[in-house]
Write a protein that binds this ligand. Structure first.
Ligand code: HEC
Length: 251
């Protein structure tokens, strides 16, 4: 009995763990990825290739698969998403040699194929939203979601420059209701090329694409699941009717 109890407690704890695993504080922004929004994932693929793939690979995903799943015609794929030397069967490899990157940034930029499954899509969304100016860092920026991150704010010209506004300790005022969570703690001191709403959309598209990449078969799996359920349901009716038919003379 004691063992079962311990086991159940362990299961409950491990289910709760991811919420605290990354950084320990609540995330500033809420975000739920949308796997059915193919257009958003297409835009996200373009964002990723333009702004991230210089440093980060997605080595478990092939260009051809991506184009196929996201309905991107091959000529557009080649013109917009791939370097000229690559073929659709190639995996998405970063153009930066990992050893050099480690020297430049202190850490090699990690492969991002399954990043949203490891950290959660909402975590990645928050990571891209919460870079702020920090003069103490060599790159000039820090990140609220991953404090001390060695990634530079590569989207700064899009988002603009934001500073972190310290929260009031007692949590009075509108932001502090309930005590725990105070809304966004950032102030834009220099606007970027995108408005705050456009930037949010840019980040959402990028994360939707990463969410797709982390499990390219997700939509197929879900739609197959529905078909199987429908089949089982219809088969149950059929089986019931057959049973009635077969047994009707026995009684
Ligand atoms: C100039 C190189 C560079 C570019 C461009 C870049 N990154 Fe990074 N990124 C890094 C480095 C270096 C790290 C490691 C940071 C650390 O752990 O301190 C990192 C870390 C990350 C992480 C956190 C990984 C983890 O779980 O710890 C995410 C998520 C991420 N990058 C997403 C992106 C996205 C999305 C883009 C494109 C918008 C992008 N990066 C563009 C260099 C880059």
């Amino acid at each position: 009995m004691q063992r079962i109890k311990t086991f159940l407690i362990a299961v409950a704890l491990s289910a709760a763990a991811p919420a605290y695993a990354a950084g320990g504080h609540a995330l500033t922004y809420k975000f739920t990825p949308d796997s059915n929004n193919v257009q958003s994932a297409q835009r996200g693929a373009r964002n990723f290739m333009n702004y991230c793939s210089g440093c980060h690979s997605m080595k478990h995903l092939r260009y051809g698969r991506l184009a196929n799943d996201l309905n991107i015609p091959e000529d557009l794929l080649k013109a917009n998403l791939m370097f000229t030397s690559e073929k659709p069967g190639d995996h998405i490899i970063s153009s930066m040699p990992a050893m050099e990157a480690a020297k430049w940034f202190g850490q090699p930029p990690p492969d991002l194929t399954v990043e949203t499954r490891m950290r959660g899509a909402d975590w990645v969304y928050n990571f891209l939203m919460t870079f702020y100016v920090d003069g103490a860092k060599p790159s000039g920026v820090n990140n609220l979601t991953l404090p001390g991150a060695s990634m530079p704010h590569v989207l700064m010209d899009l988002q603009g420059v934001q500073v972190k506004v310290e929260e009031k300790a007692e949590g009075h005022g509108e932001a502090g209701h309930g005590g725990g969570h105070a809304g966004p703690k950032f102030e834009l001191v220099q606007p970027g090329k995108l408005s705050p709403d456009e930037y949010k959309k840019f980040v959402a598209d990028t994360v939707n694409f990463m969410h797709y990449a982390a499990e390219p078969g997700r939509n197929a799996r879900i739609s197959l699941g529905y078909k199987v359920m429908l089949f089982l349901f219809l088969f149950t009716i059929l089986a019931y009717l057959m049973k009635k038919e077969w047994w009707k003379d026995v009684h």
